[in-house]
Design a protein around this ligand. Sequence first.
Ligand SMILES: Cc1cc2nc3c(=O)[nH]c(=O)nc-3n(C[C@H](O)[C@H](O)[C@H](O)COP(=O)(O)OP(=O)(O)OC[C@H]3O[C@@H](n4cnc5c(N)ncnc54)[C@H](O)[C@@H]3O)c2cc1C
Length: 261
Amino acid sequence: MSLRIVVCVKYVPDATGDRHFADDLTVDRDDVDGLLSELDEYAVEQALQIADEADDAEITVLTVGPEDAKDALRKALSMGADKAVHVEDDDLHGTDVMGSSLVLAKAIEKTGYDLVVCGMASTDGTMGVLPALLSERLGVPQVTLLSEVSVEAGVVKGRRDGDAASEALEAALPAVVSVTDQSGEARYPSFKGIMAAKKKPVESWDLEDLEIEAGEVGLEGAWTKVDSATERPARSAGTIVKDEGEGGRQLAEFLAGQKFI
Ligand SMILES: Cc1cc2nc3c(=O)[nH]c(=O)nc-3n(C[C@H](O)[C@H](O)[C@H](O)COP(=O)(O)OP(=O)(O)OC[C@H]3O[C@@H](n4cnc5c(N)ncnc54)[C@H](O)[C@@H]3O)c2cc1C
């Protein structure tokens, strides 16, 4: 039987761009370019490697986000995923992590799955809690923060590296895993992959398709809200040390002053 892998990928504002808040204190997403969260490229890569080892596997990439979020799906498809699901609805505006996990869990159940693969954190929200919330909502085990992952005979196995020890973990499928940026470099999409991605199916669902009430998500359904947001002051010019024979001493004094040494 085919191994059904769902990879959750997030479309995030480009961290190198200027990010601003709109009047309702949500991120002004129109104002900045977005991309597939770099940490989720590792999740796509691990799914592709698991699928390569399986007799028969199908990878669905899933995102919840605005119209542009399709770009993240296309990138994952061009890396080699088979199909994509995009959940988009105006009522998702302002959704927090509780709402996002609800929408993703419903979409995963509708798609059908044996294994859900997530990144270790998004590069914008960086809460790193979504995989755990998903496992709770789906009622399946979670094995998070893996730097190595594989599937054998209905069991997902992995290695989680800590400061003092590495743990070998496993869970029976169906399960949710998240993988770290140590799990192995993500491949670049090939020209062939980019061309093939244009023909791969992308399904679009809204809240009604997932039988979710508007009030359960969006700003109304959010458990947390942003009270205020203040832009960081511009960085001041750094200290320049010119070496005219005394550079080493000046550097040491500067570092000592900052309590670095
Ligand atoms: C339409 C929309 C509107 C939003 N509006 C707001 C807002 O107004 N204010 C605000 O503070 N936040 C908003 N968010 C962001 C949202 O609250 C959090 O980013 C999200 O709930 C998950 O938290 P995180 O990004 O920290 O996830 P993490 O827990 O750090 O992510 C871990 C992993 O979960 C997966 N994942 C996370 N989010 C998604 C996703 N959307 N689709 C697919 N996979 C995902 C990825 O694999 C990721 O690597 C919005 C999100 C969406 C989709």
